[in-house]
Design a protein around this ligand. Structure first.
Ligand SMILES: [Zn+2]
Length: 394
C-alpha cells in the first residue's frame, strides 16, 4: 500500500468512524494501518478494568535512534448532540465549498491525519530503494488514545506509564489540540492554568422570617462569604498566564417559602489559577478571605489539574519556527483554554500544543477548511524537517 499523504482523505476516513468516547468504531485501525504502511512499529493497548468499556490506545514509533519526537492525539470525539441540527451529517465527512464538516474535524481527527500525512510526505520524498524511510539520528512516535474526551483514566496517562515501564523515552511532544483562534499559525499553547472547584456550605438557624435575626440567616452569611471572595481580583496576570479567575457557578438554598429563613445555604466556586498558586496555596488563600468574615463554614475541594508551563526555550522555539516556516506567521504563546492530555505528558518531557482552529470545537457543525488541513500538514512537515536536519529538541 502507498503511504497516505493526503490529510483530507485520511481525516474523512477517521470522521466516518463514529468514535464517541468510549466507542472506537474502527478509528484506531485507520490510524494503525496508515502508520504500519509507513514502517512504524505499532503497539495497540486496549485498556480498562473489568466492567469498564475497553479503550483503544496506540503507541507507534518509526526509527530506533534518539531523540524521540512524539505527536500525541486522540481519535475519540464528544457526542454530536441532535444530529438534525447539523447542516451536514456529523459522521459523513462531507465537503462543501472547501469546508470539511464532521464531529472531530478540528478536535482532533484533522490534526491526527495531518501529522500522519506529513510523515507520509517525508517518506515519499526521502524513501530509499525499498520504498521505506527511516529517520536517522532521531525517531518519530505517535501516542494516540481513544479516551481523551471521556474520563481519561484508560488513555494517555496509562500509556505513559506503560512507556516508562518499558524504558521507552520520549524527549519532546506536540499535542494536536486545536490552538489557533482565527488562522493557522496565530497561537500555540505552552501550558495551562490549573482548575479547581470548591463546595462551600453554611449552617444558619431556621426561623420565622418575621422574627429571624439577620446574623442567623444562612443566606445572608453566604452572601457575605461570596462577597469576600469576589469583591477584589484574586491576582494579576503573570508573564505567561492570565489572572486567576474565580467564578461563583451556583448558589443553592432551595427555599420554597417566603416566611421561613432557611437553615442552610450552599454554593460552588470554580477557579482557573495561574502560576502564582498551587491548588494548596490557593485553597489557603481562599480560606483566609472567608475566615476574615465568618469562620463558621465548611468547604470541600475538587482539583481537576494543577497549572503547568513549558518554559519558553529550545523546544518552544523549534515549534514556533516551524510554524513560521510553513505559514509565515510566528504563533503567540498562550496558556488559555480548558485542559488536555498535555497535563499528563508534561511530567515526562517538554510539551506544547499546536493544531487546527478552535472556533467550532464541540459545537454543532464542527468544521475545518480543507486548506487548513494542508497548512497544518505543512507545519508538521516543517517541524520534522528541522529535526531531520539535526536541530535539537531540548
Ligand atoms: Zn481534543
Amino acid at each position: 500500500m502507498a503511504p497516505r499523504t493526503d490529510p483530507v482523505e485520511l481525516a474523512r476516513d477517521l470522521i466516518r468512524c463514529r468514535s464517541v468516547t468510549p466507542d472506537d468504531s474502527g478509528a484506531m485501525d485507520v490510524v494503525e494501518t496508515a502508520l504500519s504502511t509507513l514502517g512504524f512499529e505499532c503497539h495497540r493497548l486496549t485498556l480498562g478494568e473489568a466492567g469498564d468499556p475497553p479503550i483503544e490506545n496506540l503507541y507507534a514509533r518509526l526509527g530506533t535512534e534518539g531523540p524521540n519526537l512524539c505527536f500525541a492525539g486522540h481519535t475519540d470525539v464528544v457526542p454530536p448532540g441532535d444530529e438534525a441540527d447539523w447542516t451536514h451529517p456529523p459522521f459523513a465527512a462531507e465537503i462543501h465549498d472547501g469546508i470539511l464538516y464532521g464531529r472531530g474535524a478540528v478536535d482532533m481527527k484533522g490534526a491526527v491525519a495531518s501529522f500522519i500525512a506529513a510523515v507520509g510526505r517525508m517518506a515519499t520524498s526521502l524513501a530509499g530503494p525499498d520504498g521505506r524511510w527511516t529517520p536517522s539520528g532521531f525517531s518519530l512516535s505517535l501516542l494516540i488514545t481513544g479516551d481523551e474526551e471521556g474520563p481519561a483514566f484508560n488513555g494517555t496517562r496509562r500509556v505513559l506509564e506503560w512507556l516508562a515501564d518499558r524504558g521507552e523515552r520520549i524527549d519532546a511532544c506536540v499535542v494536536g489540540e486545536p490552538t489557533n483562534a482565527t488562522r493557522i499559525g496565530d497561537t500555540m499553547k505552552i501550558g495551562r492554568r490549573g482548575s479547581m472547584s470548591g463546595f462551600l456550605s453554611v449552617e444558619g438557624a431556621q426561623a420565622h422570617a418575621a422574627y429571624a435575626r439577620s446574623e442567623d440567616n444562612a443566606v445572608h452569611r453566604m452572601i457575605a462569604l461570596l462577597h469576600a471572595l469576589t469583591a477584589a481580583p484574586i491576582d494579576e496576570a503573570t508573564d505567561h498566564f492570565d489572572p486567576t479567575s474565580l467564578q461563583v457557578v451556583t448558589v443553592d438554598v432551595g427555599n420554597p417559602t417566603v416566611n421561613v429563613v432557611p437553615p442552610r445555604a450552599a454554593a460552588t466556586i470554580n477557579t482557573r489559577f495561574n502560576d502564582r498558586h498551587t491548588s494548596a496555596s490557593l485553597q489557603a488563600l481562599i480560606c483566609e478571605k472567608l475566615d476574615a468574615v465568618d469562620r463558621d463554614y465548611a468547604i470541600r475541594w475538587h482539583v481537576s489539574g494543577e497549572n503547568f508551563l513549558t518554559e519558553p526555550g529550545v523546544f518552544t522555539e523549534l515549534v514556533a519556527s516551524s510554524v513560521a516556516d510553513a505559514t509565515g506567521s510566528r504563533p503567540a504563546y498562550s496558556t488559555s483554554g480548558g485542559s488536555s492530555d498535555a497535563r499528563f505528558i508534561r511530567h515526562h518531557c517538554p510539551v506544547v500544543e499546536f493544531g487546527l482552529n478552535n472556533a467550532t470545537i464541540h459545537k454543532t457543525n464542527e468544521q475545518t477548511p480543507v486548506a487548513d488541513l494542508e497548512a497544518l500538514t505543512a507545519v508538521y512537515q516543517a517541524l520534522i524537517t528541522r529535526v531531520a536536519r539535526g536541530e535539537p529538541l531540548v
